[in-house]
Design a protein. Structure first.
Length: 108
């Protein structure tokens, strides 16, 4: 089945599955669109998978999970940065260097 036919016939199923798994329609739509874009790139080169709908759902779910992880990391880093700004600390001003081998007494 050509990708355009899979899109016409399976978009609703892919999206509904993702909304059920992710609980976020916007994230599900974005992930589904990304999965179809990846399919448009890979399927002509690698061939259509045996289960196109399953492939699309799996690809979209993985992309959504990656997006959620990126959001969590960004939120955590933003929180740390805000804390450093509030307290006047800067990671750049901290010394993270290891003593030189000639100064191994610094390690004791």
């Amino acid at each position: 089945m050509a990708l355009d036919a899979v899109f016409r016939d399976q978009w609703g199923r892919v999206l509904a599955t993702l909304v059920g798994v992710l609980g976020d329609i916007e994230l599900a739509e974005e992930a589904a669109a990304d999965a179809f874009a990846v399919a448009a790139e890979r399927w002509p080169r690698d061939g259509e998978p045996a289960n196109p709908t399953g492939w699309l759902v799996t690809t979209a779910r993985r992309r959504a999970v990656d997006q959620l992880r990126r959001r969590q990391v960004l939120a955590a880093k933003t929180k740390l940065l805000a804390r450093d700004i509030e307290t006047g600390h800067s990671h750049r001003s901290r010394s993270w260097t290891t003593p030189s081998p000639s100064r191994t007494s610094d390690w004791n």
